[in-house]
Design a protein around this ligand. Sequence first.
Ligand code: SAM
Length: 260
Amino acid sequence: MTDTVRDDSHSDYHAVKAQAMKAMQRGIWTNRFENRFVPFSSREMRSDISQESIAKISEGKHYASYRGIPMAKDPFDIVLYEMLFYEVQPRTVIELGAYSGASAYWIADTLRNFRIDARVLSVDIDLSLVDPDVKNDGSVTFLEGNCEQIEQVFPASLLQDLPHPLILIDDAHVNIEGVYRHFHKHSFQSGDYLIIEDTIPWIPGDFGLSDGGRTWGDWKSNEIQAFFRKHEADYRIDCYYADFFGYNATWNWNGFVKRV
Ligand SMILES: C[S@@+](CC[C@H](N)C(=O)[O-])C[C@H]1O[C@@H](n2cnc3c(N)ncnc32)[C@H](O)[C@@H]1O
């Protein structure tokens, strides 16, 4: 049997804090990973979290909420997004896939808490899903549109007017290569981020079940490969976020992507 510490007397918080302050810039441990930014082709499709754990956490994720409104975010990504937002200090955040609007609401609140002056835009094919409280709050600009025709939702002229750094969050899961190609051509600049949600193949296929047998599958991770094969030199996976809690310990396997 391993020994337990049983109390907190082993922790020298002054030393820990001094070490943190020395190694951190804007909350980022600069010495944590030797190779923080790596090409997509060097990454593996695996995670340090087991499929069984993912299934169990997914069950909770289905019932998560923000300010009383259903929000489809897992606990790992909530922390990772917050740190990324603070580091990047975005001027624009675009979310594809608004659903109830809770995630965009949380993004807008988080940025405001951080005193980051940014516009938050969120798109859905069906804005009747968005909670009236979020609509009335006014902190998010909702756009009704179909990401299959991304050039109509975000014409080049609109994208050119949006300030950078810009973070695009793909949580709509449609027209993947077409969407990324459009933003590559008309929007992304060096320092911008693309967050690709739900590249993990193990999400349970049935709402609220952790042992239903069916899974989401690897179709999304396969589709993003087509884009990165063509644009390998322009993007890097940010391992600081992807591997923060262990290799791909996130729903977004290899999904924290920096435009270089
Ligand atoms: C996974 S949910 C988004 C969850 C939300 N971002 C969150 O974290 O709570 C995906 C959303 O994408 C929307 N969607 C599906 N197909 C779409 C399309 N072709 N264009 C735009 N939105 C679409 C759905 O209506 C749904 O609300």
